[in-house]
Every structure is written in structure tokens, then in C-alpha cells.
Design a protein around this ligand. Structure first.
Ligand SMILES: Nc1ncnc2c1ncn2[C@@H]1O[C@H](COP(=O)(O)OP(=O)(O)OP(=O)(O)O)[C@@H](O)[C@H]1O
Length: 277
């Protein structure tokens, strides 16, 4: 279990001593992290731990009080906003309002950082948009109003928009929160297959374990554990950070940690039966 990160030339994104406060409270407390090119990083942690706040600092929505975030070795606050937007796509928990826009229109918005607001899509752009819509399984909804999609369909449309943007870095805040189990797996495998760098927050720890190369666990604004799923997903971490009792074993298909939660346990039962603890 590693508690420190090491910045290397393989890092696309780094944060050093990142601290963000609001209303007199420290929300992110001296975070250090390094995310390698083409890796898939999961951010875990209990409600209120600071996952969304960290993502907001990484996509330049809020400016930290202290510390620096670097993208390709450049301080993100020294970059022109549009230059950063060309390389970084964001999929948030709450779908933005896109009144009167069809699914096609919303997915096409992914072109704006590259082409500007008023340019029209060419043939290759149109093919890219159509392919992304197919990849997320929304071909039958292409002319439907975005506002009338279900929560999961909106999430998939926004992931298609991110695919069209062709970013180097994709940041996602609980990207599977509205997806049924088939689309949770399918969409995460699609995102993984893009070969880009991904950072996503998860509440589904088994999904994160199966999909991510690296995991970072936040607790009360601090980055308390980081490493591979094997290093991070242990009964001790689940007890210490989430306050739950669980058994961790290897997933039968691909040997990553797989959690079974115990219900109605007494505190003394924690850590029972887990060789990873
Ligand atoms: N703009 C803000 N003003 C005041 N408090 C904030 C603000 N943004 C975040 N917080 C507080 O910071 C803490 C972390 O919030 P954040 O949304 O980052 O947590 P999270 O780990 O994403 O939680 P969840 O799993 O519930 O989505 C919370 O206590 C929240 O109330």
C-alpha cells in the first residue's frame, strides 16, 4: 500500500500539495498525485470525502488555495482555457440542461473546443459523431430531445460527446451512477478501449477494482491510500475508510480483488477471513 506518489516523465497529470478550502473548511488537504499516460485511475472514498472537489480542481473549475496541478508538465492555470479544453473532456454526475438540443446536437458539442462554436461539421466529423452514438448504444435515440432521455441515456450521450472531443484526458464523476449493470460494464470497457488517460470517481468498488489500473482513496479530504487494486482493496481499508466489514477475494475471471460485504456485523467481526488485510 503506497501513501506517496512519484512524479515521473510518464505522468500526464500531476498534483503537488493541492489544498482547497471553502467556508473556512479544508476540503482537500495537501494532495499529491501522479497519473500516467493512458492509465485508468479510480478515485474512491466515502460521501463527502472530496472526490468531486478533487476532480473540479483537476479540470480547472476551481482554483486551489495552495499547490499546483500540471498537465503535460504545465501548470493548468497558466494554460489558455481553450487549450486545456481541447485536451480534457469532463463527464459530470448531473447532466447539464441542453434545452431543445437533440442527442446528435449534444454529442456534436464535443467538436467545439477544436472547431469553435459556429463552425459546421464536415463529413468526417459527422462520421465521428455517428460512431460515438453507436458505441454508446443510442442510435435509436439520435433525433430525440436530450432532455427527454433517461438518466442512464443522458450519461451515455455525455460519454459519446467526450469521445467526439478526442481528449488526451477524460475526467468522469461517478460515470456509472445511472447505468444498469450491462451498460456499467460496457461503457467502462468502451472508455478503457479508447487508449486515453482516464480519471473517474466510483462508489462501486468492485467495478473500480475490475476496470482501473490504479486507485486513490480519499478520506476527509486526504489521499490516504493509493496503488494498484490489489494494494488498495483490502478488508482493512474497507473497515478503516468506509466503516464496513467485508471479505476480499480474487475475482474468478481476472484475479483482481472482489469484495463481498457482510451485513449486520458487530465491530469486532472486522477483518475476518481476508488474506489481503
Ligand atoms: N462549493 C462548496 N461550498 C461548500 N462546501 C462544499 C463545496 N463543495 C464541496 N463542499 C463540501 O466539501 C466536501 C466534499 O464534497 P465532495 O462533493 O467533493 O465530496 P464527494 O467525495 O464527491 O462526495 P459524494 O460521494 O457524496 O459525491 C463536502 O462536505 C461538501 O459539503
Amino acid at each position: 500500500m503506497s501513501k506517496a506518489s512519484h512524479t515521473t516523465s510518464k505522468s500526464l497529470l500531476t498534483a503537488e500539495h493541492l489544498t482547497w478550502c471553502t467556508d473556512g473548511n479544508v476540503i482537500l488537504d495537501d494532495i499529491n498525485l501522479a497519473v500516467n499516460h493512458q492509465s485508468f485511475t479510480g478515485i474512491l472514498g466515502p460521501n463527502g470525502a472530496g472526490k468531486s472537489s478533487l476532480l473540479r480542481c483537476l479540470y480547472r473549475f476551481v482554483k486551489p488555495e495552495q499547490g499546483v496541478v500540471r498537465f503535460d508538465n504545465q501548470d493548468i492555470w497558466q494554460l489558455h482555457a481553450n487549450d486545456y479544453a481541447k485536451h480534457v473532456a469532463v463527464v459530470l454526475q448531473e447532466a447539464p440542461s441542453h434545452f431543445n438540443l437533440t442527442v446528435y446536437d449534444v454529442v456534436a458539442l464535443g467538436l467545439i473546443p477544436h472547431k469553435g462554436l459556429f463552425s459546421t461539421a464536415n463529413k468526417s466529423d459527422e462520421e465521428k459523431i455517428a460512431q460515438a452514438i453507436t458505441q454508446v448504444g443510442l442510435t435509436h435515440k439520435v433525433q430525440q430531445s436530450f432532455e427527454h432521455l433517461s438518466g442512464g441515456e443522458k450519461q451515455r450521450a455525455l460519454i459519446a460527446r467526450a469521445i467526439v472531443q478526442s481528449p488526451k484526458l477524460l475526467l468522469m464523476d461517478e460515470p456509472t451512477s445511472h447505468l444498469d449493470v450491462r451498460y456499467q460494464i460496457q461503457i467502462m470497457e468502451l472508455v478503457k478501449s479508447l487508449g486515453i488517460t482516464v480519471i473517474a470517481s466510483f462508489h462501486d468498488l468492485n467495478l473500480a477494482s475490475a476496470m482501473c489500473d490504479n486507485l486513490m482513496v480519499l478520506n476527509q479530504g486526504k489521499l490516504v491510500v493509493q496503488g494498484t487494486p490489489q494494494e488498495v482493496i483490502t478488508a482493512k481499508m474497507l473497515s478503516d475508510v468506509f466503516g464496513v466489514c467485508a471479505h476480499v477475494e480474487q475475482h474468478p475471471q481476472h484475479n483482481v480483488p472482489h469484495i463481498s460485504y457482510y451485513y449486520g456485523y458487530k465491530q469486532d467481526d472486522t477483518h475476518s477471513g481476508d488474506e489481503h488485510a
